[in-house]
Design a protein around this ligand. Structure first.
Ligand SMILES: Cc1ncc(COP(=O)(O)O)c(C=O)c1O
Length: 439
């Protein structure tokens, strides 16, 4: 694929789309420079753009497409539901089936409530924690992404605070963030469990919840240590603040999510992505006691929660099909594929003597290059510029997320690892040759 290509249909569509869509689209996290690529169809491991270029999709809609695109079983379940209606103001059997499946798998889920996105799940979990505890504040890690809700995006995209200079401050991500939001979010460092605990203790009486993505920062690139997670768990168990595990991404780690893998006992969990089988979804799950804030009983719930598309039956049916295809072994296989990609990438870096490293956990991997010509150009919080190895991989049929992040799906296999690694190696050699020829 030629990218960038000013003569391409994508480039032309990007130009036209900018007149009616902000930045030519609706999602800041997919905007790339010089122009966004527009996709016409997706099947299995591949997406095909409007120019007919086929790319192996290592983004998988930012981890949502556990089984790749248009998986026949998911399409069958969704289609069957569509013929019976796409939304109504009643509960559905599909909603019960998915709830029953998820609550049956995770010890910490007595009850669950569905909504439409991970962002919404985080919003509702924060509100549920406030309703349950009667306290106003939440704590979160500096630079941890939890979707696009005011409280959840405080201190995102900032230069990490050096603790020697003081504790992290609550800083606005979006212009116009009210001071009241900043005053009610306590920011903790992810890499210093003792400092995190000291800061949490200082605010213990006001904290409704500590919101943590247990897989770490940067979509699994920077894991949390056991010490950090234990401090959060202990603090929440002793202070009355709720531990909200944001498992929107990390739920792909195992049958009971990352909390199952690492023995966590969150009071509330937020879910999204994989549990919708590729359709819009979000969920909050937790103990019967905490989840009772959503229950009206004979009066009004502590936390009333409407939503036209909550538990949309198409998402529920597709989500059930997607999750029902997974058992413990299937998660192990997927994670082993992640290991194989990480191992393969490490071997390529060693073979080429490239300066960099390989990160990631479970079914997510990433490659960081320190050599300027191989690096992609992703200024913190700014539009991502495809360059270096990222651009080479796109040009040779691989769609990676910014920062060379790869997300495996169940339709990928070991042959894909070999082919990917060959392309990676060829890319490093080619870019270096081009640079030395130009010098
Ligand atoms: C950890 C985490 N929480 C929440 C969200 C928000 O989910 P959504 O994009 O479905 O709103 C994301 C999205 O990537 C996420 O990574």
């Amino acid at each position: 694929m030629k990218y960038p290509n000013s003569g391409s249909k994508s480039a032309a569509l990007f130009k036209r789309a900018q007149s009616v869509l902000t930045d030519g689209g609706s999602r800041s996290t997919i905007r790339i420079a010089p122009y966004s690529i527009y996709v016409r169809s997706a099947q299995g491991k591949y997406v095909t753009d409007v120019d007919g270029n086929r790319l192996m999709d290592f983004n998988n809609n930012y981890t949502a497409m556990l089984h790749g695109h248009a998986h026949p079983e998911i399409i069958a379940a969704a289609t069957e539901q569509i013929t019976r209606g796409t939304g109504y103001s009643f509960g559905s059997e599909a909603e019960y089936a998915l709830a029953d499946l998820l609550c049956g798998r995770v010890d910490n889920f007595d009850k669950i409530r569905f909504m439409n996105s991970g962002t919404e799940a985080v919003m509702k979990a924060i509100k549920a924690a406030r309703a349950y505890t009667g306290r106003p504040k939440i704590a979160k890690c500096e630079n941890a992404y939890h979707g696009s809700y005011d409280f959840a995006e405080v201190s995102l995209g900032v230069e990490p605070t050096r603790l020697a200079d003081g504790d992290p401050l609550s800083r606005a991500y979006a212009h116009g963030t009210p001071q009241g939001v900043l005053d009610n979010v306590i920011v903790i460092p992810h890499d210093d469990p003792e400092a995190a605990r000291r800061i949490l203790d200082e605010h213990a009486e006001d904290l409704a919840a500590v919101l943590v993505d247990p897989i770490g920062l940067g979509m699994a690139r920077i894991p949390h240590t056991d010490e950090f997670l234990n401090q959060v768990q202990e603090f929440c168990d002793s202070s009355g603040a709720l531990f909200i595990a944001d498992e929107v991404v990390s739920f792909r780690a195992g049958l009971a999510g990352l909390q199952g893998e690492r023995g966590l006992r969150p009071h509330l969990t937020t879910l999204g992505k994989i549990i919708g089988g590729g359709f819009p979804v979000g969920a909050v799950a937790g103990s019967a006691d905490v989840m009772s804030v959503f229950e009206a009983g004979e009066g009004r719930a502590k936390l009333p929660h409407g939503g036209t598309y909550n538990a949309n039956p198409v998402s529920m049916a597709a989500g059930f099909a997607a999750m029902n295809m997974m058992n413990a072994e299937a998660f192990d296989d997927l994670n082993a594929l992640g290991d194989a990609f990480r191992q393969g990438c490490r071997e390529v870096l060693a073979l080429t003597d490239a300066e960099g490293g390989v990160q990631g956990q479970y079914s997510i991997f990433s490659i960081t290059f320190n050599e300027p010509e191989l690096k992609d150009d992703a200024a913190r919080g700014a539009v991502y510029r495809s360059s270096g190895m990222h651009r080479y991989m796109v040009q040779h049929g691989y769609w990676m997320s910014p920062g060379m992040l790869g997300v495996c799906s169940t339709v990928m296999d070991r042959k894909d690892v070999d082919a990917f690694c060959e392309t990676l190696k060829a890319g490093i050699d080619t870019i270096r040759d081009e640079c030395s020829n130009a010098a």
